[in-house]
Design a protein around this ligand. Structure first.
Ligand SMILES: [Zn+2]
Length: 306
């Protein structure tokens, strides 16, 4: 597929204010042209089609991305040396600033690494405009990079059960960072799962679904729980090893057990001290006494590991 061939109907985007709606409209147009949204979304071609006249790579800068808008279109700058997933997210973010109508009050955007991590919170409306536009550009980028129907198709190929290795595999398929993919994986999962990223045994990122996962009480930079599987597994296993999914005591991770009947844990040891831990919880339904489907669900997990 030639990226030169991408056409984007800007009129169809013009009425859409919401970042994710703009991304979905681009997906719709790509599907019309190519039958499906390419797994590795052709960002350079999209940028060109919407009026970005150049994408430059800059050495030795502190920003991740920048966008300048002039009378003839936009120009994007990206910091050199980023991994391709992060590069793509940054490019998507700058395309977002260019396309989201309310961001057009400015002609110049300089987006620092901290801006790329800004996320929506309940006080969104009270946050400074500067932060709100960064959050919106991030939401646009995440929505643009991984199209939901294409994600579900790829996820289905990996089987029904959750496995921490899926995050890296899907991140490679869609050419996004593992962090971006982990969020999608957690939120699209049919099971109640969380993913904890750690570095040298310290918590770096806790990704839980938007609702329904029990409180983990983990703080950034605090040590992983002392009974976390990562500690014992790392002693006996090499980098890039993935543990089995094992049942663990709920109090190894959860402050309060609540309705949780079982907790499963799986760890993936990655380069330079990084690790990704998958947690799966099973809950007691209120009508469990009379409903044996829960039992069947649990026993199906066991059977898949025997
Ligand atoms: Zn930005």
């Amino acid at each position: 597929m030639s990226e030169l061939g991408i056409a984007i109907d800007m009129m169809a985007l013009a009425d859409l204010g919401q970042p994710t709606k703009i991304a979905l409209e681009i997906h719709r147009q790509l599907r019309t042209q190519f039958g499906s949204v390419p797994r590795r979304i052709p960002l350079d071609g999209i940028a060109k089609a919407i009026g970005i006249i150049g994408i430059q790579i800059y050495e030795g800068v502190s920003f991740d991305g920048t966008l300048m808008i002039g009378p003839n279109g936009g120009a994007i700058g990206i910091r050199a040396g980023m991994r391709s997933g992060r590069h793509n997210f940054t490019l998507g973010h700058e395309i977002g600033h260019f396309l989201i109508p309310t961001h057009r009050i400015r002609q110049k955007f300089i987006c620092e690494p901290v801006d790329m991590r800004r996320m929506r919170s309940t006080n969104f409306d009270q946050r400074p405009e500067q932060e709100r536009i960064e959050i919106e550009a991030n939401e646009f980028a995440a929505a643009l990079l991984v199209a939901a129907p294409e994600y579900r198709e790829e996820r289905k190929k990996l089987g029904k059960t959750c496995d921490v290795s899926h995050v890296r595999a899907l991140a490679e398929t869609f050419d996004v960072s593992q962090e971006v993919m982990a969020k999608i994986y957690v939120n699209q999962s049919h099971e109640k799962i969380a993913i904890v990223t750690s570095h040298n045994g310290a918590v770096k990122r806790v990704i839980t679904p938007q609702q329904g996962f029990p409180y983990l009480g983990l703080k950034k930079d605090a040590p992983l729980p002392k009974n976390a599987l990562k500690h014992s597994f790392a002693k006996t296993s090499a980098i890039n090893s993935i543990s089995d999914l094992v049942e663990t005591a709920t109090d190894a991770w959860l402050e309060r057990r609540g309705n949780i009947t079982a907790l499963y844990e799986q760890v993936f040891l990655q380069e330079e001290g990084w690790a990704m831990t998958l947690l799966i919880v099973e809950e007691r339904d209120e009508d469990e006494e009379t409903d044996d489907r829960n039992w069947n669900r649990r026993s199906s997990r066991y059977s898949s590991f025997r």
